[in-house]
Ligand binder design. Structure first.
Ligand code: PMP
Length: 371
């Protein structure tokens, strides 16, 4: 049988594995940071209306610049992000993964490097590899925060072209302070002797779940700072595949150089616009999930777990001598959580109250068996 490595694939892809959270058919799935609430029926009907209208024009290519959608996203950010943003500062793509890919195609690539502080979202490294960008793994402290002195030293030593700051960070849930982002930004600009500076990407996929305000206002006067967002989490629309960025209009112009023409289908644009019309309803679910996230933290600590303070819709908990065995034991109780490969720790996504109860029961049983 022909294997991947028998094919003439690029050397740097040899022996590597694709991104792959297990998609197992179990009663309670709390492993991919999805929103547990299906879209409300009035929104489902509005999507059907908008998509029906879009279908009447599917003989034509979509709006290549997605102007109506970018205008609606800019209005959403202006309303919720603590900073006024125009459509010219917003760009949208098929999930924030594609946003990150377009940024790396534009600002990374062969001969260039990207740096992130790990453990963090594994796709930052994987998309770097996929775009031929070298990957540098920067440090985090034992409490999973970013130590400014250690981080800026790393930036000065490696002079990366792109720096990823994930806030709140996946898988640890850790939010990053604005002062830390500013210090990293300054270090990233100073490290580049060519004067061109480095791009700093603040990945705020979980921004809406944070106890803290968005880092969006930091884009003001900083043309090399990008905030990326998604409708996969807070908007409960992971199946839609809609991510977006806010930055200086020059960044939006720059990614036009690599985006595929008509990358965002008319159906996607219509669906996202319908969802944005229902922002207030969807943000009420976010409030429920934040309360459930806080309950998970409190109850896990009461059970005797160590828990990393979380600003996201998930919680990293431990510690286990054998995290994979603990993952399996929880799965045996019908609850799927995530083993991100962080030694001693697992991650659980906040689900509905009933799902969270099932998860907490499984962990309680596990801890009783241990003691
Ligand atoms: N950034 C982070 C930190 C994530 O955790 C995820 C999804 N797990 C993404 C980006 C990508 O999300 P999407 O492509 O669905 O927008």
């Amino acid at each position: 049988m022909t294997g991947i490595d028998d094919l003439p694939i690029r050397d740097e892809l040899r022996g590597k594995s694709p991104y792959g959270a297990p998609q197992l058919d179990v009663p309670v799935r709390l492993n991919t940071n999805e929103n547990p609430y299906p879209l409300p029926e009035p929104l489902v009907r509005r999507i059907a209306e908008r998509v029906t209208e879009a279908a009447r024009h599917l003989n034509r290519y979509p709006d290549r610049d997605a102007v109506e959608l970018r205008t609606a996203l800019a209005a959403y950010l202006t309303r919720t992000g603590g900073h006024p943003v125009t459509a010219a500062q917003v760009w949208a793509a098929n999930g924030s993964n594609e946003i990150i890919q377009q940024l790396l195609q534009t600002f990374g690539g062969p001969g260039r490097t990207a740096l992130g502080f790990e453990p963090s979202y594994s796709m930052h490294a994987l998309i770097s590899r996929g775009t031929g960008t070298g990957w540098i793994s920067g440090p985090r402290g034992d409490d999973f925060t970013i130590d400014v002195a250690a981080a800026t030293a790393e930036i000065a030593a490696h002079r990366p072209d792109v720096v990823f700051v994930c806030s709140p960070n996946n898988p640890t849930g850790t939010a990053v302070e604005a002062a830390t982002v500013l210090a990293l930004y300054e270090a990233a600009q100073a490290a580049r002797a060519d004067g061109a500076g480095a791009l700093v990407v603040v990945d705020e996929a979980y921004g809406e779940f944070s106890h803290r305000p968005s880092l969006l206002p930091l884009i003001e006067g900083r043309p090399n700072l990008v905030v990326s967002r998604t409708m996969s989490k807070a908007f409960g629309a992971a199946g839609l595949r809609l991510g977006y960025l806010a930055a200086d209009p020059a960044v939006v112009d720059a990614v036009q150089l690599v985006r595929l023409p008509y990358h965002l289908s008319s159906v996607t644009q219509a669906t996202a616009l319908a969802a944005l019309e229902h922002t207030d309803t969807l943000l009420k679910y976010v409030e429920q999930l934040k309360a459930e996230r806080d309950r998970l933290v409190t109850e896990l600590r009461a059970i005797g777990c160590e828990v990393v303070t979380s600003d996201a819709n998930f919680v990293q908990f431990g510690r286990f001598d054998d995290a994979h065995a603990a993952w399996q034991a929880i799965l045996d109780h019908g609850v799927l959580v995530r083993d991100n490969g962080v030694p001693g720790w697992l991650r659980v996504t906040a689900g509905t109250p009933a799902e969270n109860d099932a998860f907490l029961d499984a962990v309680r049983t596990l801890f009783k068996e241990r003691s």
